[in-house]
Design a protein around this ligand. Structure first.
Ligand code: ATP
Length: 227
């Protein structure tokens, strides 16, 4: 992979937590990415039923979470697009607007089984390299099983390394094992509602921002029990 490769980490980030930041750091280090852009979904098609903080707030939390990580940034491009936030559209726009840059889309292993339901999900490798990182102990076997089942539609060809498949136009799809951190945004929201401490689950700057906007949070996540 070229050194100028930029990682694109999409997510709802409702809120962004330490599992997200560690995953992006470990993928960036494993693949030698030149940087990672967190791309909060404006209107995630698969999470429409969830109580979601508004986009500017989730974006601000992401900025606070990555401000100290060299090479990391937040890209708010999905806010400007009407309708559901499809990754296909995001990668197509990035390719059109920054033709000199190669992109690597990053997703967690837990999301891989849903890829066939995404807009042109199995064709994303035509627009970007793909990196799949482990989540909650799901590892290489699950990745290999998915790839074997969908290789034809993805135009993916196995290599001697089971963690690396070749995609069209010289791109690759790689499995990256990362440190297991069983943190989820739903768990953070649930603890917050129950009046529990969320120290250590989110960056301190993110926690301060959440505390400073407790009223706004209650309006979305639900009433908070007294600590
Ligand atoms: P929720 O609990 O609300 O479903 P989430 O914690 O899974 O949210 P998302 O914003 O949906 O967060 O996740 C964005 C991406 O980060 C996804 O690819 C997801 O698999 C990955 N991810 C989230 N949490 C972790 C974690 N603890 N370890 C590794 N990857 C993670």
């Amino acid at each position: 992979m070229p050194q100028s490769l930029i990682g694109i980490f999409g997510g709802t980030f409702n809120p962004v937590h330490v599992g997200h930041v560690r995953a992006a750091i470990e993928v960036a280090e494993a693949l030698g990415l030149g940087g990672v852009e967190f791309v909060p979904a404006a209107r995630p098609p698969h999470k429409c039923g969830e109580p979601m903080l508004d986009f500017p707030f989730r974006e601000r939390l992401c900025r606070l979470a990555v401000e100290d990580v060299p090479g990391f940034s937040v890209n708010a491009m999905e806010a400007g697009r009407p309708g559901p936030s499809f990754t296909w559209d995001t990668l197509e726009t990035l390719g059109r607007e920054r033709p000199e840059t190669a992109f690597c889309f990053i997703l967690g292993q837990a999301d891989l089984p849903q890829l066939p339901t995404w807009k042109n999900g199995l064709a994303l490798g035509r627009l970007a390299h793909l990196a799949v990182h482990s989540r909650e102990g799901q590892g290489l076997e699950a990745f290999a099983a998915f790839m074997s089942a969908h290789a034809r539609e993805m135009e993916a060809v196995p290599t001697a390394d089971p963690a690396r498949w070749n995609l069209p136009q010289g791109r690759v799809m790689t499995f990256v094992p990362i440190t297991r951190l069983d943190v989820s945004a739903s768990d953070v929201r649930e603890r917050w509602r129950r009046g529990r401490r969320i120290h250590g689950l989110v960056a301190e700057a993110v926690r301060h921002e959440l505390e400073n906007h407790a009223e706004a949070l209650e309006a979305v996540w639900g009433r908070r029990a007294p600590a």
